[in-house]
Write a protein that binds this ligand. Structure first.
Ligand SMILES: [Zn+2]
Length: 366
């Protein structure tokens, strides 16, 4: 790609490229929808071609036009009329608009910066929507993004304001290192301070574990909310434990996604459909950020450099607390709920990408 010939830009009007970036963005958005749906399920993002998740109908090319198809079919499958999530439309439109904005903002500098930032934005969009739904950010996005960010920084050092490959590589490496180390440090510190969360029940009460959730006296908590990683553990001392076919007294119980320990006995949680325990307090896993966020921030640092990492960290913490506290106050969320953190990091990085000049001037008091 490289720098456009000044003559090319003169002949082809700037806004021809604006339209191209928007349309191309919508098409990329359509592909991002596939990534958002399939990556967390471990499915291939290349084959098979798009199909209705409800009736498996293979969507033909003429019905796979970004934005238009969804509107034309009023958000329903052409074959079985099952509703198709508005997310498909939203992601296509959002990607188109962000690609357009990137061209308008950076197009004057040539083709390389806007295209590179579009690659970054595509990654941020996929990470955001997957994190919202699954509380994970796939390694393909975070580790892949880190590699792509470093390589592109070496090839096009102008995105870090330099002219030599060494300059771009250095800034990308420092950005990735600062992002990773900083967020990892916060993660460890957070674990130290809030990593475990003791819930004391008003009186010894029965806590029930079903196949999908834990029933506390104050309400149910789904395992999806409780267990973020394989190593997360719910632990408590029980006066009495009743399994389907046996009973224990005064034992320690530990439940993780892959293991249930009652006293000295071990079970596969998948084989225990029901457990009742009498206890007066439990220790639950809790954390604000996960290891996915460490890698995610490192990838952003590779593309945007270390100042972007500092900015994203501060602004995402601010955004996250405001939204979290608001939701709790509005009683839309419970104390036990976990909020995904990746979307706030992504939003902060986008603010930095478009407004770093303004932010820099503001921070230095000019
Ligand atoms: Zn269908």
């Amino acid at each position: 790609m490289g720098q456009p010939e000044p003559s090319t830009l003169a002949v082809v009007p700037f806004h021809f490229w604006s339209v191209t970036f928007f349309v191309f963005g919508c098409i990329v958005g359509s592909f991002l929808n596939v990534c958002i749906h399939r990556m967390p399920l471990g499915q291939s993002i290349v084959t098979p071609s798009s199909y209705c998740p409800h009736c498996q109908y293979q969507i033909p090319g003429y019905l796979n036009i970004p934005l238009i198809t969804w509107l034309w079919l009023r958000g329903r499958c052409a074959n079985c009329a099952a509703p198709i999530s508005p997310r498909y439309f939203a992601v296509e439109l959002l990607t188109g608009l962000l690609f357009l904005a990137t061209w308008l903002r950076f197009g004057a500098k040539g083709f390389a910066p806007p295209i590179i930032y579009c690659v970054l934005l595509a990654g941020l969009i996929v990470a955001t929507f997957i994190d919202f739904e699954h509380f994970i950010i796939p390694d393909e996005i975070t580790l892949g993004g880190m590699v792509v960010g470093v390589v592109l920084s070496g090839l096009f050092p102008e995105i870090h304001g330099g002219t030599k490959a060494a300059h771009g590589l250095r800034d990308a490496a420092i950005g990735a290192a600062v992002g990773g180390v900083l967020v990892y440090g916060i993660l460890r510190l957070g674990k130290l301070l809030f990593g475990q969360h003791r819930v004391t029940l008003p009186a010894p009460s029965v806590v029930t574990f079903t196949e999908n959730e834990m029933l506390l006296p104050m309400g149910p908590v789904s395992y999806e909310e409780l267990f973020y990683r394989q190593s997360d553990v719910v632990a408590f001392r029980a006066a009495r434990v009743e399994l389907v076919d046996r009973c224990y007294r005064d034992v320690d119980v530990q439940l993780s996604p892959s293991r249930l320990r009652v006293g000295s006995d071990e079970f596969d949680p998948g084989t225990v459909p029901h457990l009742e325990a009498l206890t007066d307090s439990l220790v639950l896993p809790r954390e604000a950020m996960g290891f996915g966020d460490v890698k995610f921030m490192a990838a952003i640092g590779a593309f945007l450099g270390w100042p972007a990492v500092l900015f994203s960290l501060m602004v995402s913490a601010l955004l996250g607390s405001v939204v979290g506290v608001t939701l709790i106050l509005c009683k839309r969320r419970e104390w036990s709920s976990r909020l995904p953190y990746g979307p706030y990091i992504a939003l902060a990085a986008i603010i930095w990408l478009f407004e770093r000049g303004t932010i820099g001037a503001w921070l230095s008091g000019r």
